[in-house]
Design a protein around this ligand. Structure first.
Ligand code: ZN
Length: 68
């Protein structure tokens, strides 16, 4: 008796390959990983784009993605 409803749905064709994580783009100033598409395009986070030119160094605990 088959009772596997919903448990093992095969992925739609073409979607499984697209599940790879996007490459990490880091801010060129503070090297924090960028998440918003705009920031990734410019390789500059909003936090740095809005910041003045002077180099302020913040020490922020930031979880790094493992494996990259
Ligand atoms: Zn930054």
């Amino acid at each position: 008796m088959k009772d596997q409803r919903g448990s093992t749905e095969p992925p739609l064709p073409g979607t499984a390959v697209e599940r790879r994580p996007a490459p990490v783009v880091r801010c060129r100033r503070c090297h924090r990983p960028l998440r918003s598409p705009e920031s990734r395009w410019e390789k500059l986070g909003r936090h740095c784009a809005d910041a003045p030119e002077r180099t302020l160094v913040y020490v922020i605990d930031q979880e790094q993605l493992p494996g990259i």
